[in-house]
Design a protein around this ligand. Structure first.
Ligand code: NAP
Length: 247
């Protein structure tokens, strides 16, 4: 089935899981917007690579998703270039791990503002465009620890749990405009984010993985690509685990 959705905005599309999502969607014919905060050069190189390999348009756009004013300016630029936004992937995320006793207010605010408020900011900024189109897909990247908790990650787990609840509410609100909202939960994926975990803790996680390998960014991108496609027309308000650990 040909994909009827043609412009995809991926937040945190410069590196890791986001970059794999950009490549996958571009390979399927999407024009892609690669949002980043700091990695301008990497985002620019990725844009050049996917546009020449897949013959699509790729636009790198700098915006801090935690700041509504920067997000609205990003969406304005996308609208100016492409005239539409069919898929929003809220992927940008950070960690600032600490036990609550040592967690600073700044650690809390930065993680909540990026991982949860960022999802609100971007969803709100594309809303009118998708409503006018009477079609759209919002795909939010959460985490398994948002369901079960994790020592040293009370800020991150609160944000990721919030993303799931936010997505379910939004799915109910937006179904009448044919805007589907779903959540993807990646398994343990080797990216810059997980390289921050000490080796001992990483090895422990690996021992619990039945398929005996970490999730790859491409594994996650495959499910996001499916949810962005016409194959997923009847799916909204759902949570997809790209994982092999039984919960
Ligand atoms: P990563 O390699 O650290 O990449 C993070 C991306 O987010 C980068 O593109 C970064 O942009 C961007 N970003 C960070 N803060 C931003 C901000 N304020 N505004 C805009 N962009 C921002 O992380 P990852 O492992 O690919 O994680 C991607 C998503 O998957 C996150 O939401 C994470 O919580 C989630 N996740 C990851 C795992 C895992 O095992 N890796 C598991 C479950 C869920 P710059 O390059 O410009 O800094």
């Amino acid at each position: 089935m040909e994909n009827p959705y043609k412009v995809a905005l991926v937040t945190g599309g410069s590196r890791g899981i986001g970059a794999a999502i950009v490549r996958k969607l571009a390979a399927g014919g999407f024009n892609v917007v690669i949002n980043y905060k700091n990695s301008g050069q990497v985002a620019g190189e990725l844009a050049q690579a996917v546009s020449s390999q897949f013959k699509v348009e790729a636009l790198p756009v700098q915006a801090d998703v935690s700041l509504f004013s920067q997000v609205t300016e990003m969406v304005r630029q996308v609208q100016e270039k492409f005239g539409r936004i069919d898929v929003l992937v809220n992927n940008a995320g950070i960690t600032r791990d600490a036990l609550l006793a040592r967690m600073t207010e700044e650690d809390w605010d930065r993680v909540i503002n990026t991982n949860l408020k960022g999802v609100f900011n971007c969803s709100k900024a594309v809303l009118k465009i998708m409503q006018k189109q009477r079609q759209g897909r919002i795909i939010n990247i959460s985490s398994i620890v948002g369901l079960r908790g994790q020592v040293g990650q009370s800020n991150y787990t609160a944000a990721k749990a919030g993303v799931i609840a936010f997505s379910k509410s939004l799915a109910l609100e937006l179904a009448r405009w044919n805007i589907n909202v779903n959540v993807v939960i990646p398994g343990f994926t080797e990216t810059d984010m997980t390289m921050q975990i000490p080796a001992g803790a990483r090895n422990k996680i690996m021992e619990q993985i039945p398929l005996c390998r970490p999730c790859s960014p491409e594994d996650v991108a495959g499910v996001v690509n499916y949810l962005a496609s016409g194959e997923a027309n009847y799916i909204t308000g759902q949570v997809f685990h790209v994982d092999c650990r039984v919960v």
